[in-house]
Design a protein around this ligand. Structure first.
Ligand SMILES: [Zn+2]
Length: 71
């Protein structure tokens, strides 16, 4: 019954695509960003959170992190 298997597989693919789409639509910068810097605890400016969704550090800590200063 290969046809049935294909249909189920197609259904699963559709569901996954739909979930992914919903997830993307719902995603807003502030939802997955830290409000406070992980390293120094300072508040991360809203502007930075909008520009860099998902950021967890303030600008100076992020720069240090990217230079490898904090691991
Ligand atoms: Zn910081």
């Amino acid at each position: 019954m290969p046809d049935e298997i294909d249909q189920v597989q197609q259904h699963v693919n559709d569901l996954q695509a739909e979930q992914l789409l919903r997830h993307q639509l719902r995603r807003e910068p502030d939802d997955n960003s830290g409000i406070e810097c992980e390293d120094c605890g300072d508040e991360i400016p809203l502007r930075r959170r909008r520009v860099k969704p998902g950021c967890r550090r303030c600008i100076s800590c992020q720069e240090k992190f990217e230079r490898g200063g904090i691991i």
